[in-house]
Design a protein around this ligand. Structure first.
Ligand SMILES: *[C@@H]1O[C@H](CO)[C@@H](O)[C@H](O)[C@H]1NC(C)=O
Ligand SMILES: *[C@@H]1O[C@H](CO)[C@@H](O)[C@H](O)[C@H]1NC(C)=O
Ligand SMILES: *[C@@H]1O[C@H](CO)[C@@H](O)[C@H](O)[C@H]1NC(C)=O
Ligand SMILES: *[C@@H]1O[C@H](CO)[C@@H](O)[C@H](O)[C@H]1NC(C)=O
Length: 490
């Protein structure tokens, strides 16, 4: 049984995925030009010739600012867009002078989204409603005196004293709720007999001081369907420009035998059901034969196993030493490892790979360790695990400072300190790396760090990683194009 410090495996996985990038095709989507200096990522659309018309936002030609238009005439200034997570943050409507009423209250009775469009309000928003009617006190909203909206008014610094008094005073409560359910994913209603203004905080943490709460309303959009087109020339790969779903919009729909892969934004080949069946049959046959062979092998092995066992342990130790460029490794007995992982308790599982499961353990001296359990009776997986241990022990370098011995810890610390470029080999980038390179290194390292999170559920899935890589690639390419354009103008 072998061990290394935890957190060392996921970055290897992620980094090998980075190479997959090279193989993605170009796609048919048309990204909109920048609005002033602001990027308009696909599928967002500022005019009918680019982006996807269902994802329309507005570029104000005078101010060069982006606006999100909601129903009934209200517009919200877009503060930032995060294409990788399909989200943007807008600013809630400005106050009307000298009152606790916002502009969107008389215009549209608050924020209403068109439910047939792909946008909705995320559950990262904590909404504060102000200037409410007393009858709301008995409601599913939290309108009590301890409600967080009072802390926002009193000590966030976002609202002046006079307005704060108007927003919640005497009988008129303010109320708090978490957006993102129905109907609040599509509607934050203001009303003369309800509440007359609202504000939103992103990822509210009640432990933090209110002046550190971030204002803004986060809106997400659904993964885009096939890109719109005018002629076949607009479409690449296995797609054709044809009318989509009985509407007058033409889209690059996938050809027969292909399906729309919204994660990769391309047409992917469907699995042939017939060959699927043959595959299943042959898998069945193969697994039956394997079972017979394995059972026979186990029977034979049992008799010779005992004498072989000590030989095998020796062989593994040698193998580890050789893959570890001669560095010595500590060998732990099964008993110690069992104790560290509470008998390979299921609640200690950090993740599982093709060759076995990884457990979180704690040695008697308190050192936290990751334990990888090779699949029983599978020589290949044992070898794989030994190889990994060899590679990973190189990620642990005792010549570095005590706090930096573990490569993962070393990188995380540099990333948090904003100096991630320090961990990149200078020879790869040259003395003055181009912006494109530094941006992509930063984005990739963010993704790699997400793969380092301790809980399995917090780490991105393979699919997420691939999707994210694709988006980063697009973003970087877009940046490149816009850089070229701007340098041509100069
Ligand atoms: C806003 O628009 C929606 C959809 O057209 C409509 O149902 C709603 O009544 C409108 N609200 C107001 C206050 O006009
Ligand atoms: C909502 O969006 C659909 C699709 O674009 C559009 O046909 C419809 O008119 C919109 N509804 C309103 C009330 O604007
Ligand atoms: C209202 O929110 C406060 C602060 O989060 C909490 O302490 C209180 O229990 C909530 N009250 C209700 C009725 O939900
Ligand atoms: C909001 O949009 C996301 C992404 O399209 C979707 O998964 C989610 O179900 C929507 N939420 C509601 C309440 O409709």
């Amino acid at each position: 049984m072998n061990m290394t410090k935890p957190n060392a495996k996921p970055p290897l996985l992620c980094s090998s995925l980075l190479f997959l990038l090279q193989f993605f095709h170009s796609s048919s989507q048309k990204t909109c030009p920048n609005c002033g200096s602001l990027e308009v990522p696909y599928p967002l659309s500022t005019n009918p010739d680019c982006g996807d018309p269902d994802y329309t936002i507005r570029c104000d030609p005078l101010s060069h600012k982006l606006y999100f238009d909601a129903l009934n005439g209200s517009s919200y200034l877009i503060l930032r867009i995060t294409p990788s997570s399909h989200r943007m943050v807008v600013q809630p409507s400005p106050w009307l002078p000298g009152t606790c009423v916002t502009q969107d209250m008389p215009v549209s009775e608050g924020l209403w989204l068109n439910q047939t469009l792909p946008f909705n309000v995320t559950s990262s928003n904590t909404i504060f409603l102000f200037n409410c009617s007393p009858r709301l006190v008995i409601s599913p909203l939290n309108c009590t005196l301890s409600s967080l909206c009072h802390r926002y008014l009193d000590s966030s610094g976002y609202v002046d004293k006079k307005r704060a008094l108007q927003c919640a005073s005497g009988l008129d409560p303010c109320c708090t709720f978490l957006a993102g359910g129905t109907p609040s994913a599509y509607k934050i209603r203001l009303h003369s007999s309800g509440c007359r203004s609202f504000r939103s905080i992103l990822h509210l943490d009640p432990q933090k001081k209110p002046n550190q709460w971030e204002e803004g309303l986060e809106i997400q959009w659904a993964s885009p369907p096939e890109p719109p087109c005018k002629t076949h020339l607009d479409c690449f790969g296995a797609s054709k420009c044809i009318p989509a779903g009985g509407t007058d919009v033409f889209r690059c729909l996938c050809k027969k035998g292909y399906y729309w892969n919204s994660g990769l934004c391309t047409c992917s080949r469907k699995k042939n059901p017939k060959s699927g069946l043959t595959l299943k049959v042959s898998i069945g046959v193969v697994s039956f034969c394997t079972l017979v062979v394995v059972m026979a092998a186990i029977a034979v092995r049992k008799s010779v196993q005992f004498s072989k066992r000590s030989k095998l342990a020796k062989a593994r130790e040698d193998m580890l030493k050789s893959s570890n460029s001669g560095k010595s490794s500590t060998m732990f007995s099964l008993k110690v490892v069992k104790k560290a992982t509470n008998g390979f308790s299921r609640d200690r599982i950090l993740g599982s790979g093709g060759f076995g499961e990884v457990y979180k353990g704690e040695l008697h001296d308190g050192t936290v360790v990751a334990v990888k359990l090779a699949k029983v009776g599978d020589i290949k997986s044992t070898q794989q695990v030994l190889n990994e241990v060899g590679i990973l022990s190189q990620a642990i370098d005792f010549s570095r400072d005590e706090d930096d011995v573990n490569l993962a810890a070393y990188v995380i610390q540099r990333a948090n300190g904003g100096s991630i470029m320090e961990v990149v080999d200078r020879q790869l980038l040259g003395e003055e790396p181009p912006v494109k390179e530094t941006t992509s290194v930063k984005l990739f390292s963010e993704l790699a760090l997400a793969c380092l999170r301790e809980k399995k559920g917090d780490r991105p899935s393979m699919k997420d990683v691939v999707q994210e890589l694709q988006l980063i690639k697009e973003m970087v390419e877009q940046q490149e194009v816009s850089n070229e354009v701007s340098s041509e103008i100069i």
